[in-house]
Design a binder for this molecule. Structure first.
Ligand code: UD1
Ligand code: MG
Length: 452
């Protein structure tokens, strides 16, 4: 059976009180619409269409050619949004309809919806809440069949008490969907074309209407304001952390650990509280991430220790130790068995196997070889006020403490730089560079000065 999906994302999202389109608001650092498309992509769906309108450009720029688009230039309701999807009209098979403001939906539920609709014209996904809030109410007849959906604003007193609600997710026999759309009107409290009216229309035509109650009502919550957004964040955080824990990652305090949806983490990794792991970060096995670390698009190999450090767009090789308080950024590439210690910054720099840089150092635009020792307080002087230049250091070199390496400069293998030198000229393999004034000792001057 051919599977298609239509996601409604044209609405303004007035209740968000934002200049941004509602579906572009992030949950776990990823726009809501992104979560929905990721879930759909895991379900072997042939055709995915997103209905755009308000802020269409931002949605298209984000999703690019991952999906097809239809424009709803005036937002006259969810039914009207669907009418813009006529390009799908001729498709056979089933089509799932999702709202762009329901970011927590999981692929398993989408699959179940298709399965549930096999022998029906329409399956509406419903949820049981303690209070129906502003959701559309599911009205069932005496036999228990779904009769219609009534929007909260159109409910009478009896209907308001109904606790079974419309999640906004429907699975339709595609051809019947487009046939039914011709019959929707806007005669209701909001003067909108409601997609939800299709239930009653189908019932009148005696098409088979099914309902599937979702297990966790939070998974299908709609985000309409900032309070909902915070609730969705909480749910997503718990969901992601639970998934990693089930796969063998120890999270000491899951309530205070923030991991984005697309992060990968190997087993026996331990994550301490107040750690943020974002973007497409990939972490190996047996990694130790101590409190207050921040990783974004980082690639961390097995056995690494990260202590209160920030690593962005950078690579860290196996068994390397980073921190406390270090910052790797802009394509820092640090090989295995390295030690990067307290208050060290690496930017766009390569650091070879077994090298050490333990304290108070800036390494920028550099290629540092293997087994190099970088002393405390070393600075690569990479910027002359106009351009950036590279510093190159060969294997087994020893950079004494408090050296400045004024780039462009090359230090050979096994070279030695004397502490406190400002190095402006290249140093050949095996040579020593020393660039500082010679010391003068003045006999007895210390005592004389104290007596003054
Ligand atoms: C909708 C449902 C409601 C359900 C709830 C679940 C209708 C009429 N109501 O209400 O029964 O309980 O979702 O969360 O369907 N949109 C458009 N074009 C429009 C209007 C909306 O594309 O003209 C999109 C919005 O961008 C949004 C989605 O449709 O992603 C839902 O719209 P929203 O205004 O949030 O509807 P709800 O009031 O939440
Ligand atoms: Mg909504």
């Amino acid at each position: 059976m051919m599977k298609s999906a239509i996601v409604l994302a044209a609405g303004k999202g007035t209740r968000m009180k934002s200049i941004h389109n509602k579906v572009m608001h992030p949950v776990a650092n990823k726009p809501m619409i992104g979560h929905i498309i990721s879930a759909l992509k895991k379900c072997d769906i042939e055709n995915i269409m997103v209905i755009v309108g308000h802020g269409a450009e931002s949605v298209k720029e984000y999703l690019q050619d991952e999906v097809q688009y239809a424009l709803q230039s005036e937002q006259l309701g969810t039914g009207h949004a669907l009418m813009q999807a006529r390009a799908f009209e001729h498709f056979d098979g089933d089509t799932i309809i999702l709202c762009g403001d329901g970011p927590l939906i999981q692929p398993e539920t989408i699959q179940k919806a298709f399965e549930a609709n096999q022998d029906h014209a329409l399956t509406v996904l419903t949820a049981q809440l303690k209070d129906g809030e502003n959701y559309g109410r599911i009205v069932r007849n005496k036999e228990g069949y779904v009769e219609k959906i009534v929007e909260a604003k159109d409910c009478n007193e009896e209907e308001k008490k109904i606790k079974e609600i419309n999640t906004g997710i429907f699975c339709f026999k595609n051809k019947l969907l487009f046939e039914g759309l011709n019959e929707i009107t806007n005669k209701n409290a909001q003067q909108e074309y409601y997609l939800t009216d299709l239930v009653e229309i189908f019932r009148k035509k005696q098409y088979s209407v099914n309902a599937m109650v979702v297990e966790d009502p939070q998974e299908t919550m709609g985000v309409n304001d900032r309070v909902d957004l915070a609730k969705a964040q909480q749910w997503m955080k718990r969901f992601i952390n639970h998934k990693h824990m089930m796969q063998g990652v120890s999270i000491i305090d899951p309530e205070n650990t923030y991991i984005d949806a697309d992060v990968e983490i190997g087993k026996d990794t331990i994550i301490y509280p107040n750690v943020h792991i974002q973007g497409k970060t990939k972490i190996g096995e047996h990694v130790l991430i101590l409190p207050n670390s921040f990783l974004c698009n980082a690639h961390i190999e097995d056995g690494v220790t990260i202590d209160s450090s920030k690593i962005v767009d950078s690579y860290v090789g196996a068994h390397t130790v980073v921190g406390p308080m270090s910052h790797l950024r802009n394509h820092a590439h640090v090989e295995e068995n390295v030690r990067i210690g307290n208050f060290v910054e690496f930017k766009n720099a390569n650091f070879g196997k077994g090298s050490k840089c333990a304290h108070l150092t800036y390494i920028g635009d550099s290629d540092i070889g293997e087994r190099v020792n970088v002393g405390c307080g070393v600075v690569t002087v990479n910027y002359d006020g106009k351009k950036k230049h590279r510093t190159i250091v060969g294997n087994d070199a020893f950079i004494g403490s408090n050296c400045n390496l004024v780039a462009p400069v090359t230090i050979g293998e096994n070279a030695l730089l004397a502490a406190g030198s400002t190095i402006t000229d290249n140093v050949d393999n095996g040579d020593m560079g020393i660039a500082r004034a010679r010391q003068v000792n003045k006999e007895g001057y210390g005592t004389k000065w104290k007596k003054k």
